[in-house]
Write a protein that binds this ligand. Structure first.
Ligand SMILES: [Zn+2]
Length: 339
């Protein structure tokens, strides 16, 4: 089967955004925070069937690992209570999509992070989403400040309580920033790719996986700039007297295929071991248009992978096997469906 590890609910029904707008207005005015607005199953069906489901059917995927819209997480907006209540509403909406289409979607949660707030405070929502909602992973924001990088690197011990819970629950995290409030960085064009690259370098510099040999991260967007500069990172590991990347980082870190042109996918597969690559499209997401050079959607990444002429075994790894290995709870859910 074909598993897309990176999909967002970017097309949520209008009352969801209306709730967010009302919530932020209430926060600004110093009023008590409103509750989410009602959304019907039909509104959810319509929002998914015209968008993600239509494209999934056209492009030929089976299962999408589905999370709230990343740019709307906006952890830097409001305060801890605002972030927590917004996060719960976003995750609850993902659960409703999964319940309507259990053969096609499985949930990954957003976390209620806020700048300066300890990551321990995000553990309860991770537990709720995994234990009660059946989610299989989370999106972890390494920069809740939205582009000012006021928190410490992911290898700092302040993150450890959350990593301990991830290991206990056996769920991976996708390293995923949100919108930026720093005008120097375009959210999807610069901040996302910067964060991917930054997280990888943090892992290289530290020894996080010496402390957590079972911890797993997906670095999206093809690993940011990392595959293109693989020689630089191998060389830096050597200079910094770290073990080779294969042992030091790549037992625990995986890249998706959200790279929107053929030469980028060619390079990713040439440089990165096949066991570390998970099919992903980030659809419907960052780049929605059609490439005038090819006449195909930029984010139809399956097409680029098909062009690689992979062996049957490698194809199975990228489209299914690696995702089942990195997300054991997905594997269990699929097995429960007889897949
Ligand atoms: Zn994303």
């Amino acid at each position: 089967m074909i598993i897309d590890c990176h999909g967002h609910y970017t097309t949520a029904p209008a009352p969801h955004q209306a709730y967010r707008d009302a919530q932020l207005a209430a926060f600004k005015a110093g009023h008590s925070l409103p509750r989410p607005q009602p959304i019907s199953d039909d509104e959810i069906r319509e929002s998914v069937e015209k968008n993600q489901l239509k494209l999934i059917r056209e492009r030929g995927a089976d299962m999408t690992i589905f999370s709230p819209r990343a740019s709307a997480m906006a952890h830097h907006v409001g305060d801890e209570a605002v972030s927590r209540e917004w996060t719960e509403a976003c995750n609850n909406l993902i659960k409703r999509v999964v319940d309507l289409y259990p053969e096609t979607f499985i949930g990954v949660c957003q976390l209620p992070q806020s700048p300066g707030v300890p990551i321990e405070n995000s553990i309860a929502e991770l537990e709720r989403c995994v234990n009660e909602l059946g989610f299989v992973g989370c999106n972890l924001n390494p920069d809740p400040s939205g582009g000012h990088w006021t928190s410490l690197p992911l290898t700092d011990k302040s993150w450890y309580p959350f990593f301990e819970k991830m290991v206990e629950l056996d769920v991976p995290a996708m390293v995923h920033v949100s919108a930026t409030c720093n005008p120097n960085f375009h959210s999807t064009g610069a901040h996302y790719i910067n964060a991917d690259t930054t997280a990888f370098m943090q892992f290289l510099e530290g020894d996080l996986f010496g402390d957590f040999p079972d911890l797993r991260f997906i670095i999206p967007h093809g690993g940011g700039a990392v595959p293109y500069h693989w020689g630089r990172y191998r060389g830096l590991a050597d200079m910094l007297k770290q073990p080779p990347l294969r042992e030091h980082v790549m037992k625990n870190v995986f890249f998706d295929t959200c790279v929107y042109h053929q030469p980028g996918i060619d390079l990713l597969f040439r440089v990165i071991d096949i066991d570390n690559i998970l099919f992903g499209s980030e659809m419907v997401g960052a780049v929605r248009g059609i490439d005038p050079e090819t006449g195909q959607y930029f984010d139809d990444t399956k097409r680029y992978i098909e062009n690689l002429g992979l062996s049957g075994e490698n194809r199975q790894k990228v489209f299914e096997g690696n995702a089942r290995r990195v997300y054991p709870r997905l594997d269990a859910a699929l097995k429960a469906q007889g897949k």
